[in-house]
Design a protein around this ligand. Sequence first.
Ligand SMILES: Cc1cc2nc3c(=O)[nH]c(=O)nc-3n(C[C@H](O)[C@H](O)[C@H](O)COP(=O)(O)OP(=O)(O)OC[C@H]3O[C@@H](n4cnc5c(N)ncnc54)[C@H](O)[C@@H]3O)c2cc1C
Length: 374
Amino acid sequence: MDFSLSPEILKYQEEARRWVSDVLDPLSRPLEEEERLPEELVAELKKGRFFGLTIPKEYGGQGWSVVQWLSVLEELSKAYATVRLIAHTMNGLFWRPLLYFGSEEQKKKYLPLLASGEIWAANSLTEPEAGTGKDINSKAELKGDHYVLNGHKWLITLFPGYTKLIYAFAATEGGITSFLVDLPNDGVKLKPMPKMMGCVGPRHYNVVYKDCKVPVENQLGQKGAGLDVAFGMLHLSRVSIAFCCVGLAQKCLDLAVRYAKKRVTFGKLLAKRQAVQNNLAQMATEIEAARLLAYRAAWKFDQGQDIVKEAAMAKLFAEQVVTRVSELALRIHGGVGYTQTSDLERHFRDARSYHFEEGTEEIQKLLIARYVLQ
Ligand SMILES: Cc1cc2nc3c(=O)[nH]c(=O)nc-3n(C[C@H](O)[C@H](O)[C@H](O)COP(=O)(O)OP(=O)(O)OC[C@H]3O[C@@H](n4cnc5c(N)ncnc54)[C@H](O)[C@@H]3O)c2cc1C
């Protein structure tokens, strides 16, 4: 396995690192408090060319491999969670179902717009009255040249004004079918969810489909094969989330190291105390292991190999690592880390979202156990 990066990608990674630490980091706390995604920040993202990196060149993207892209996503996960969510969804996730399941017309219509960041996409899968993914109550009825969708999705990551395309999943004759819903649409109502513990910036949304008309040509993939679309998208997305966890865990470790090198207790730096050193060593080792597991899954994907097991393992482990590392980093900071002046307080809250995104720990273990028990 070769995870080495070309000089071009290393330069890009370094630019992303610098932009995150010099520009994005200082903005993160005020933006979170004001629950804002300012237009200037979106312009910066487009200027930094953080959209369309993985979309094939023939559709207006830059055609990067997953290994190349995720090395940059790790950097973009170290500051404002909203930017991490945009980068993760727009590069890692929301264009691939179109490439794999879309008609040539659908690809030509949406991929170049997604590559330039002109339109953003969202995935509406989770429902309030149904559990964790597969359980879907929404319905779509075929009426002449269009479907009529009715259903309620929630917890949906979505940016009003920017999100112009939503993947929807609903029961039709023959099973769950996937649809491309263009916004605005009179049949789609967005209602903000209550403020979350972390990943605060713009809110997440309830998406209510009420007699929502979707043209037949916006069916994505075969009728009844919607779960292939939904879960096809999730495997790679789990690897992407694993890299996000690694990026945030690394940031928590960096903050803990910085603090340990300046905080003196009982006449001695924290960094000189063996108990603290033990924790730092444990954190660094776990982060490195999580990074390698995630790179391995990404590399396998780039080789065209099946990654269901590797993606679930990478996500499971990285989420556990960011949970442990953010906890230890908080302890090293002492009480001041628990105040809202501390970046760590925000990162600690953001880290908890990784338990849920792209499936919980229990769901990853269910998947992995199937392979173990084969
Ligand atoms: C920040 C954030 C962003 C999100 N963005 C999106 C989005 O853009 N689009 C979207 O569709 N969803 C999104 N979600 C929702 C997320 O995918 C779900 O919350 C997650 O998959 C869990 O599903 P659930 O909330 O329905 O929990 P439930 O399914 O109700 O699960 C509750 C608990 O029971 C456990 N459990 C459930 N079923 C089983 C089982 N069969 N065996 C063992 N244990 C089980 C779960 O692991 C969990 O611990 C987001 C969530 C968050 C927090």
